[in-house]
Design a protein around this ligand. Structure first.
Ligand SMILES: [Fe+2]
Ligand SMILES: [Fe+2]
Length: 167
């Protein structure tokens, strides 16, 4: 069954949101590498790579369904964060925004009786739950240490371990 054009467009928009996340986390990785906090750098590189995979999953789905891939412009992410906390704050906010966009699309797919699309989207709902929890965890931890350099270096170590664990 062909997916309705409107939903195809929405799936392309989700793909764009994932690519933006890929780009955003790449910028965040650079923010930390440039400050010699390579553990957080590795963490965001890993997240960035995962976001690209999320985009590719959408791409392959579109191809499998004989739908069109529409390239859309990718916004330039902000580069200068005030602190590690504001970086994680932004990441957490973006994840919530993405979650909401998947909720809206899932609702539309269900209302239109597009059950295959709906089933495909559930994977993203679960993934978003994990990613929100992850960013919330790091936001809370970095908020705890704020400007304490010793604390930040400890968390950096922990972040590196986390990034390695998921290789
Ligand atoms: Fe994602
Ligand atoms: Fe994400």
């Amino acid at each position: 069954m062909k997916i309705p054009a409107e939903i195809v467009q929405n799936l392309n928009e989700q793909l764009n949101r994932e690519l933006y996340a890929h780009y955003l986390y790449l910028v965040m990785a650079s923010y930390f590498f440039e400050r010699e906090l390579a553990g957080f750098g590795a963490f965001f590189l890993k997240q960035s790579e995962e976001e690209r995979e999320h985009a590719m999953r959408l791409f392959h789905y579109l191809m499998e369904k004989g739908a069109t891939f529409n390239p859309l412009p990718i916004e330039i992410p902000p580069k200068n964060y005030e602190s590690p906390v504001s970086c994680f704050q932004l990441a957490y906010e973006y994840e919530q925004k993405v979650t909401l966009s998947y909720y809206n699309l899932l609702k539309k797919a269900r209302d239109l009786g597009e059950y295959d699309v709906e089933e495909f989207l559930w994977w993203y709902i679960r993934e978003q739950r994990e990613e929100e929890a992850l960013m919330q965890y790091w936001l809370t931890r970095t908020t705890l240490v704020k400007d304490n350099n010793a604390g930040l270096l400890l968390l950096d170590k922990e972040a590196r371990k986390y990034a390695r664990k998921r290789d």
